[in-house]
Write a protein that binds this ligand. Structure first.
Ligand code: KIV
Length: 263
């Protein structure tokens, strides 16, 4: 597979080529996903739930992310690899820089941080030191206590305007990619059209520049609790390889996520 860079992904946005992304946490799945043509992999702190069995992402540490980033990078040398900075690992610029450096040294191309305005200085400081940063707005799982659960965000005008403003401010601060999680499809469309960086959605409709799914959701390993926006691609496609290819195709053609998977 060709080497995927941030400038390539940004040009895909300009050329309206959709980006299919997926989470992975180990060598074997990373290799399989990359071999099927997945261009972007996220070592998400969702590993707290999918791999470690916690009920949130909060216990995940920088050491955990480093370990899984190293494994994924070995399996997928050419993908654009995004790794989460876990809960409370970036509450000051110094801390963010030190922890981001460890994760980048483990093989990530970019780190992802959850939150809005409060991150502006931290994003500037990371970007000035050549660390690529992805923002994450909407439902931010590291704040699930504060948000009183995993709920759709930006449903009223005030919250929607706040998200539009924060997306703009984060781009201005230096993020080079943005994840929008669980927000109304129309709001995600508006944000995507207003930004020049790639916007990747999860539960944010099909007008974003790409989609991301947690691999366990895509493969139906959900203990019967599949989120509304997720689709079990393995159910009708016979093998993991076929399921991933179908996912890529449906993202690229805009078939997934259609209305039943959107808010
Ligand atoms: O941790 C994760 O897997 C994520 C995705 C849900 C975007 O942040």
């Amino acid at each position: 597979m060709e080497n995927i860079t941030i400038s390539k992904l940004t040009s895909w946005k300009k050329n309206k080529k959709k980006i299919a992304a997926i989470t992975a946490y180990d060598f074997s799945f990373a290799k399989l996903f990359s071999n099927q043509g997945i261009p972007v992999i996220l070592v998400g702190d969702s590993l707290g739930m999918t791999i470690q069995g916690h009920n949130s992402t909060l216990p995940v540490t920088v050491k955990d992310i480093k370990y899984h980033t190293q494994s994924v990078r070995k399996g997928a040398p050419n993908v654009f690899l995004l790794s989460d900075l876990p809960f409370m690992s970036y509450f000051t610029s110094t801390q963010a820089i030190q922890n981001a450096a460890k994760i980048i040294q483990s093989g990530a191309n970019m780190i992802k941080v959850e939150g809005g305005k409060w991150l502006i200085t931290i994003i500037k400081e990371l970007s000035e030191r050549s660390i690529l940063v992805c923002g994450h707005l909407g439902l931010t799982p590291q704040s699930f206590n504060f948000l009183s659960g995993y709920k759709v965000q930006g449903k009223n005008e005030k919250d929607a305007n706040k998200l539009i403003e924060e997306a703009f401010l984060l781009e201005e601060a230096g993020i080079r990619m943005l994840v929008l999680e669980c927000i109304p499809a129309l709001l995600a469309k508006q944000i995507t059209e207003n930004l020049s960086i790639p916007v990747i959605g999860i539960g944010a409709g099909n007008s974003t520049d790409g989609q991301i799914l947690v691999m366990h959701d895509l493969l139906g390993i959900t203990d019967g609790k599949i989120p509304k926006f997720s689709k079990n691609f393995l159910a009708e496609n016979g093998s993991i390889q076929n399921a991933v290819q179908k996912y890529i195709k449906e993202v690229q053609t805009g078939l997934y996520p259609d209305k039943i998977y959107s808010f």
